[in-house]
Write a protein that binds this ligand. Structure first.
Ligand code: CUA
Length: 151
């Protein structure tokens, strides 16, 4: 009689609860960096990743940037007639945020991981762009800026 109904209700709630748990685990799992995300030991990032600008083909650049309280390395990035720029970014200490003001380049930078973002540079992009850190990273956060010069 009534007992069976309650047993059924409890069973249904248990299934829903387990389903929600499985779903949450799956969603959280999707958010954990994995797959082709490159890992790097923060203590070795400067020597292993060698921050700087590399032209890998005419107009195609790979720019490796390392963030540390409170500076980007390199601070000044100069690109000659860039078409496409792949930024590879990591941090040595805490989470920073690499943003080139006025562009769609905006990525969180975690210690231990190499973040990648590709900037398709518009043909009329010549000029100087301000680079900021947009994740609060301590007392000198506001001093953590740099420049991208497109010439
Ligand atoms: Cu680095 Cu804020």
């Amino acid at each position: 009689g009534e007992e069976k109904i309650w047993v059924g209700v409890v069973a249904a709630m248990t299934i829903i609860f387990l389903g929600a748990l499985a779903y949450a685990a799956w969603v959280i799992g999707l958010q954990v960096p994995g797959g082709d995300v490159q890992l790097v030991d923060p203590q070795k990032a400067l020597t292993e990743l060698r921050p700087g600008v590399r032209e890998i083909a005419p107009g195609r650049y790979e720019v490796t940037v390392v963030g540390r309280m409170w500076q980007w390395f390199p601070r000044n990035i100069t690109l000659v007639d860039p078409v496409e720029v792949k930024f590879r970014l990591t941090a040595l200490d805490v989470i920073h945020g690499f943003q080139i003001v006025g562009t769609n380049v905006n990525v969180m930078v975690f210690p231990g991981y190499v973040a990648e973002i590709t900037w398709k540079v518009p043909p009329d992009a010549k000029g100087t762009y301000l680079v900021i850190c947009n994740e609060y990273c301590g007392l000198g956060h506001h001093e953590m800026y740099g420049f991208v010069n497109i010439i």
